[in-house]
Structure formats: C-alpha cells, structure tokens
Design a protein around this ligand. Structure first.
Ligand SMILES: [Zn+2]
Length: 320
C-alpha cells in the first residue's frame, strides 16, 4: 500500500529528496503547469496580487472583460492595445523550471508538458511534447483566409493587425473568455495523464477549468504539487511543496540521466500546432472554483451570438 509521504514536517531539502526519488522511480511523468511557471520569467500571472487582473487596464474596461471573445470582436482596437501592453512578453526567457523539464523529457521520463500559459516558453526552452491548453500568442491567424502569422508580424504593426494577403483581421491563436478549449488539446492532455505514473502539478492554484480536474484521470494518487500557495489538492497529493517551481524542479531533476540509456522521448507537439481556440487565457475566480463548469456555461450564450462559426472556419483553413 502506498504510504503518504510526510506533507507537513520536513525541510525543503527532504521534500526535494522525496521528489527526486519519485522521479527516479517513474517512467511516464506528465507535468501540468500554470502561470506560476512563467512568473519566474517575469511574466505576471492573471490573478495574483500583482496580477494582470489587479492592474489598471489603462482603459475604462476591466482586464477580465477585455480578454473575451465578445470584447475582441466588438473592440478589436482596444483589445490589441491592452494585449500589446499586458499580454506580450517577447523578450521573456525560459527559467529553471522550463529547462529542468526539458532535461526530464530528454531523459525519456517526461512524456508531456501540459500548460495553461500562452507564452511559448516551454517550446523556447526546447520542450517537444507541449500541450498548450490556452493556445499561444506566438501563433496568429487571419480570421478571413486563415493565413498564419508569427508574433513578429503583430509586433511590427500598430493597432489592429491585418492580413497582408486579404486584409482580414488577424487574431491571436489563444483561447479567449467565452471560447472553448480545443478538444484535441484537452483529449491529448487527458490521454497523457491517464498513462502517467507520476503527475507533477506546478505553478498553478488549480482553480482553472479544466486543468483543475485533470488529476481525476489518474489511476493512482501519485500527484506532486509544487506551488507557492496552497491548492485544493494539497491534502490528497502524495507530496506538496510550497516553494518556487524553478528552484524545486532544478534541484530535483538530475542534470543528466541517472544510469540507463536516455530514450530521448517524443517529438510530437500536440497542441502547438493549432488551437485557434476558445475559453480563457486565464482563470476563473477563486470564489467560483467550486463550479467552474457552470461559469463556463453561463458565458456560453454570449459566445454563440458572436462569430464562433467564422472563427472555426478560418481556423480550419489555418490548419491546412
Ligand atoms: Zn487573410
């Protein structure tokens, strides 16, 4: 029978030693990460004290409203103004957490990195199998013809970026409020978790649907939580470490594979490809975490009336 490792007592060092041990014993690890992974690269999260939601938006609108499908369609200029000021961090660099995960992947142990972040830092660090639940600001596409554009194009233009082929409006391939996650990404994430023998959840307070529910797909309780603040899963997790995700992963993941040959893992990139998706780039409020699904539904009607059809079509085109 699995005995729970000591969650409370014990210095950071002993917890890291426990994590190291768990990693050594596991061959199919999945990492699920949130904003806390990126804050250590200087990218603010959405909800934290210094988070984007608590900052002045610089407009009469609230940040949480601006990052919605309806707002984007109705006020693209204001959206892009806010977007460029608050959501784009083209100079951010991967931190210790991203790099440690790449090591683990190269050692053949980490099978998937599932992220709620839209900043491309896992890929920038070298991760191969990344599932971006909320899309990425590094990918953009024309809503009319589907032509794809890199972030550079957005940065090189002011105001609303338009397609240089057909003149259509370009949108980021990220999931806005009221939009749904790309099914394929969610399926890939769940599939990976079902096969995992260890799930490491880091840098997320687990209040965001659907990531908050992913742990239920594990057939065991081998969950490690690394987060500065507590999460609802803390008490059920095998090991909980309230500390910097970068520091912890860097210490716990060996610089080189222990002994046997590295099986330099996978090279699929589920989720990096498309994603013209939907739903939120960030989280629901804590107060609503009890029924995140409900909030999702509440917001749906608004999404319907917008132009999801069109978006879907262009998205398809973009995939070709
Ligand atoms: Zn176009």
């Amino acid at each position: 029978m699995e005995t729970r490792l000591d969650r409370y007592a014990g210095a950071k060092e002993s917890k890291i030693a426990q994590l190291r041990q768990l990693i050594e014993e596991s061959d199919n690890i999945v990492f699920l990460g949130g904003a806390g992974v990126s804050t250590e690269s200087g990218i603010p999260d959405f909800r934290g004290g210094e988070g984007i939601y608590n900052q002045e938006s610089g407009t009469k609108y609230r940040p949480v409203d601006i990052i919605s499908h309806t707002f984007f369609m109705e006020h693209p200029e204001e959206f892009y103004d806010f977007y460029r000021r608050k959501l784009l961090y083209p100079d951010a660099k991967p931190n210790k957490a991203h790099k440690a995960l790449v090591r683990l992947e190269k050692q053949g142990k980490l099978k998937a990195t599932i992220t709620q972040n839209i900043d491309n830092l896992h890929q920038a660090a070298g991760s191969k199998t990344t599932i971006e639940l909320h899309g990425s600001v590094f990918r953009n596409y024309c809503m009319e013809c589907g032509k794809k554009f890199k972030l550079d194009y957005i940065l090189a233009h002011e105001g609303i970026p338009y397609c240089d082929k057909c003149g259509g409006m370009i949108r980021p391939d990220m999931v806005l409020y009221e939009e749904n996650l790309e099914h394929e990404n969610v399926d890939s994430a769940i599939k990976a978790i079902k096969k995992a023998d260890l799930l490491i959840i880091g840098g997320t307070s687990l209040t965001v649907y659907p990531a908050a529910t992913f742990a239920q797909f594990l057939k065991h309780d081998k969950v490690v939580i690394i987060n500065k603040s507590s999460t609802y899963l803390d008490l059920q997790a095998l090991l909980t470490i309230h500390d910097s995700i970068g520091e912890v992963l860097d210490s716990a993941i060996p610089k080189r594979a222990p002994s046997k040959k590295t099986a330099s893992g996978s090279s699929k990139t589920t989720g990096t490809k498309k994603t013209a998706a939907k739903k939120t780039p960030a989280k629901k409020t804590t107060a609503k975490k009890a029924s995140p699904k409900k909030e999702e539904n509440e917001k749906k009607p608004a999404a319907k009336k917008a132009t999801p059809k069109k978006a879907t079509t262009s998205k398809k085109a973009a995939k070709k």
